[in-house]
Write a protein that binds this ligand. Structure first.
Ligand code: PHE
Length: 334
């Protein structure tokens, strides 16, 4: 037995990997292994030899078990070390598959618009998306039966509140809380019951409002600012003002830029007119000032759709694609 023990220990010490260790373990301690056989043989020995051999066998068993365990730990540690070295990640290596995020085109456009007005010292104002009739319609001189209030256009709540249909209610809220002079823009989401190639139920607007003592703010000022702003946004375009109507401005105008796709020649995007409509604006209607208790003031206001600007800036044909989160579209704006 003594010789056998030395042989086993040597065999264990020479094992090269965990697989070999496992084989030795089975050879020693398995069902048909060395110790099972030895203990079986014990039964055949004369009575007085039994305890001596049993003791010997047990201590050999313990010694081998320990040796096996020690070798196993040693090989395991080596194996981990080998893995750590071979699977080391070099974080400084260039990866051709890295995905870099980017601003959504609507956010990019919004930022660009805001940047312009901040540079002219306009304040940024915000208001609630769930709005009261008074702010969204009444105070903006939208009479009770104006078609814009129609269920067709407006999302109403049971309690009479509604999702704001434009950013103009922020004009009213700002004038209620500030004395003139006022110079503000209000960017944010608005909601209308509309869904097609050029309309989504939620979109973004930027509202502008400037109010000062009567006579200090004129249509000429409005015209200058918007011309300058549109050239900042779209480059060297022509800008024209067309008479229009909004309940909250008088006089009112819609603003066009010369088509950036065909440079005024006429194409599908501008419906062969050579012009693209981009803004609504006008001098604030006296009834709006009355609703907030302002006297002896004049002012101008304007409103624009951010998605429309983004579509023109990035030449996107379908407005809905801006809201689908398709990476193939978004990846182009990195
Ligand atoms: N609120 C108008 C709209 O949503 C835009 C606008 C704002 C027009 C301010 C004139 C003045 O269409």
């Amino acid at each position: 037995m003594r010789c056998r023990l030395k042989d086993w220990i040597e065999k264990i010490e020479n094992a090269q990997d965990l697989e070999e260790i496992e084989k030795i373990r089975i050879e020693l301690f398995g069902k048909k292994g060395y110790f099972t056989q030895e203990f079986e043989r014990l039964k055949t020995l004369p009575k007085e030899q039994k305890p001596i051999v049993a003791k010997e066998l047990n201590s050999a068993k313990n010694a081998l078990f320990e040796a096996l365990q020690r070798k196993k730990d040693e090989l395991l540690a080596k194996e981990i070390q080998r893995k750590l070295e071979s699977e080391k990640i070099d974080v400084s290596l260039y990866s051709p598959h890295g995905y870099k995020g980017s601003l959504h085109p609507v956010q990019y456009t919004m930022d660009k618009i805001i940047e312009y007005f901040i540079s002219l010292n306009y304040a940024i104002e915000t208001g609630p998306l769930v709005e009261e009739d008074f702010y969204n319609f009444e105070a903006l001189n939208l009479p009770k039966h104006h078609p814009a209030r129609d269920m067709q256009d407006t999302f109403y709540f049971k309690d009479g509140k509604l999702l704001r249909t434009h950013t103009s209610p922020v004009q009213i809220r700002t004038m209620q809380h500030h004395k003139p002079p006022i110079r503000m823009i209000s960017p944010g989401a608005v909601f209308r019951r509309d869904f097609d190639l050029t309309h989504t139920p939620m979109f973004h607007q930027v509202e502008g409002l400037v109010v000062d003592e009567a006579g200090k703010v004129s249509f000429a000022n409005l015209k200058f600012i918007l011309q300058d702003f549109l050239k900042y946004m779209f480059g060297d375009v022509e800008v024209r003002f067309r008479p229009s109507f909004f309940p909250f401005t008088e006089p009112s105008a819609e603003v066009d830029i010369s088509c950036i796709f065909c440079e005024g020649e006429g194409c599908r995007v501008c419906s062969h007119t050579g012009w693209l409509e981009v803004l609504g604006c006008g001098m604030v209607d006296p009834n709006v000032f009355k609703a907030v208790g302002y006297e002896n003031v004049s002012g101008y206001a304007f409103g624009l759709g951010v998605e429309r600007f983004a579509m023109l800036l990035h030449r996107i044909g379908d407005l809905r694609s801006l809201f689908e989160g398709d990476l193939r579209l978004l990846e182009q704006f990195r």
